[in-house]
Design a protein around this ligand. Structure first.
Ligand code: F6R
Length: 239
C-alpha cells in the first residue's frame, strides 16, 4: 500500500483531486468509483474548482457509487444520490445519465443488487475507486462480519455505523437500517484504489489496516490484498 501523509484535510483533498484529475486526463472515458460521507467532500469541491478553471472535464466519465441507504428516495437530502448530485454532479459537465448510484427505491433490493453488480461488470470494472473508511473498518457498507460478500448486496447497518451516521439525520432512529452496497469483490475489480482518511477518529481503523493482517471483522484489512492502493491521510491519523 502506498501511503501519502498530508498535513491537513485540505491537502488530503487536493492530493486526491490531483490523482482523480490525472486519471481522467489520461483516460477521458474513465469509470470512477465514488464514495460519499464527510471524507471526500473536499475532494469533490476541489474537482469542481479544477473543472471551473478548465483543468479537467468529466464529459466522458461514467461513475458508479459504492452504496446507498435502503430504503430511501433520491430526493431525500440524506440519500447518497442527493449527496452526489448536490456536492459534485450538478457542478461539473458529467452526463447525469452516466452516473450510477444503487436505487434506494427499488421494490426488489436483491434484484437491484444483481443489476448493479452486472452494471459494474458491463462497464469493464472501475478504473479508479475512491474509498473512505468506517471507524469500525467498513468499506462501502461491507460491515465487519465472519463472512464478507463479494457482490453488490443488501446489508444491515451495524449499530456503530448507525450511530456514526446519525449526525446527518434528525436522530439515530431516522437512519435507514439497511443499505445496498458493492461487495468486496466489486470493489476489488477496481484497477486502482484511493483510500482517504482524516482525523483522529480514524486512527484505529487505519492502524488496523496497516498492520498487514487480514480479518473479515475489519473489512478494510482486505485492502492489503489489492495491488494498487494508495492511502491518502492526514498526519493525525498515524500519530
Ligand atoms: C460512503 C461509504 C462509507 C464511508 C465511511 C466513512 O459511500 O461507503 O464507507 O466512506 O462510512 O464515512 P465518513 O467519510 O463520513 O467518515
Amino acid at each position: 500500500m502506498n501511503i501519502v501523509v498530508c498535513k491537513d484535510y485540505e491537502e488530503m483533498s487536493l492530493r486526491a483531486a490531483h490523482m482523480v484529475a490525472a486519471q481522467v486526463k489520461e483516460k477521458p472515458n474513465s469509470v470512477l468509483g465514488l464514495a460519499t460521507g464527510s471524507t471526500p467532500e473536499g475532494l469533490y469541491a476541489d474537482l469542481i474548482e479544477m473543472y471551473k478553471k478548465g483543468e479537467v472535464s468529466f464529459k466522458n466519465v461514467t461513475s458508479v457509487n459504492l452504496d446507498e441507504y435502503y430504503p430511501i428516495a433520491p430526493t431525500n437530502d440524506q440519500s447518497y444520490r442527493y449527496f452526489m448530485n448536490t456536492k459534485f454532479f450538478d457542478h461539473v459537465d458529467i452526463d447525469k445519465a452516466n452516473t450510477n448510484v444503487p436505487d434506494g427505491t427499488a421494490a426488489d433490493p436483491v434484484a437491484e443488487s444483481k443489476r448493479y453488480e452486472q452494471l459494474v461488470t458491463d462497464l469493464g470494472g472501475i478504473d479508479l475507486q475512491i474509498l473512505g473508511i468506517g471507524r469500525n473498518g467498513h468499506i462501502g457498507f461491507n460491515e465487519p462480519d465472519t463472512k464478507l460478500m463479494l457482490d453488490t448486496h443488501v446489508t444491515a447497518l451495524t449499530e456503530s455505523t448507525i450511530e456514526a451516521n446519525a449526525r446527518f439525520f434528525a436522530s439515530a432512529n431516522d437512519v435507514p437500517r439497511k443499505a445496498l452496497t458493492m461487495g468486496m469483490g466489486s470493489i476489488f475489480k477496481a484497477r486502482k484504489i484511493i483510500v482517504m482518511a482524516s482525523g483522529s477518529s480514524k486512527k484505529g481503523a487505519v492502524s488496523a489496516m496497516l498492520e498487514r493482517s487480514v480479518d473479515t471483522n475489519f473489512p478494510a484489512t482486505m485492502l492489503n490484498f489489492h495491488p494498487d492502493v494508495t492511502l491518502i491521510c492526514t498526519a493525525d491519523v498515524l500519530d
